[in-house]
Design a protein around this ligand. Sequence first.
Ligand SMILES: NC(=O)c1ccc[n+]([C@@H]2O[C@H](COP(=O)([O-])OP(=O)(O)OC[C@H]3O[C@@H](n4cnc5c(N)ncnc54)[C@H](OP(=O)(O)O)[C@@H]3O)[C@@H](O)[C@H]2O)c1
Length: 321
Amino acid sequence: MKAIFRTAYGSADILELREIDKPVPKEHELLVKVCAASVNPLDWHILRGDPFLVRLMGFGLLKPKHQILGADMAGRIEAVGKNVTQFKAGDEIFGSSMGGFAEYACISEKRAALKPAATTFEEAAAVPVAGITALQSLRDHGRLQSGQDVLINGASGGVGTFAVQIAKVMGARVTGVCSGRNVEMVRSIGADEVIDYTKEDYWLSDKKYDLIVDTAAFYSVRKPLRALKPAGICVLVGGSASTASILISLIFNPLISRIEGKKLVSFMANINQSDLVFLREQLDSRKIVPVIDRKYSLSETPEAIRYVEGGHARGKVVIVI
Ligand SMILES: NC(=O)c1ccc[n+]([C@@H]2O[C@H](COP(=O)([O-])OP(=O)(O)OC[C@H]3O[C@@H](n4cnc5c(N)ncnc54)[C@H](OP(=O)(O)O)[C@@H]3O)[C@@H](O)[C@H]2O)c1
């Protein structure tokens, strides 16, 4: 099979399209013929081993453990491991596992679900990591209630475009923050108000929010806290990603939350089947529609990763296989 392969940490320049053996599924895994994959910032972090913390999280200290990247995929099951109970060959699935930038990949059955019937493989592949991150930031960490005011910073990105739509499904009043060129798109996916961050700093306005989901926290965390109502919650999803800034925020954010009397939460998304099923239901009823910015072929994956690394994707970037 063809796969985008690497043997070391580095930039997208080190990625090669290679012919390699098909993977063999373990007992609880599915062998999937990948029809589409999508790119996440996670891919370039694992590609580069940057921040260094990534290497300490089991991705390989000096040499990468994963030769094939691609955490999101959708495709058709070709074979199942001997202890798989929920799926059979021929089922169309979507889910998350390393190895999606290839013609075939193995995925644990616990991190897969039947593909929404109403979506294409390309749309389904756009969902797992970004959709689950958005869902968990709003529902689990932000405890969003119907009728509340939520602000999504980075509303035009992969996570942000899902967060805007999921927050509307949950009955919230949504303000999205993005640059001017994305204002109309963010409005079109349901945001009630949109702030252009090149013209206005949302934390300087009089409007206060019950919840801020911040996917682009490139500033001091005291700024979003200023825009929260007294018992508000700020969920930090992404932004500055140096090892130093992550360690500093792990140490100081609880202290800052206590001083300011507002909750500041950081988290890592937990990919699981029940959240994929929740998202499938929303996708099937078209309450959530993935926003796809660009599509690339498998051989163009390095270009796709460079584009996402630029930090200005509009929704998701998909690899069509
Ligand atoms: N905690 C977790 O488990 C988890 C899971 C997934 C992702 N993440 C992290 O979350 C972040 C977002 O992920 P993603 O997939 O949404 O990334 P993405 O698709 O690359 O996000 C790009 C978007 O960010 C926006 N943006 C850039 N600078 C901004 C700024 N100063 N203010 C507001 N928006 C800005 C861009 O909008 P403009 O072009 O309009 O500037 C663009 O639409 C990343 O740092 C990622 O690593 C964390």
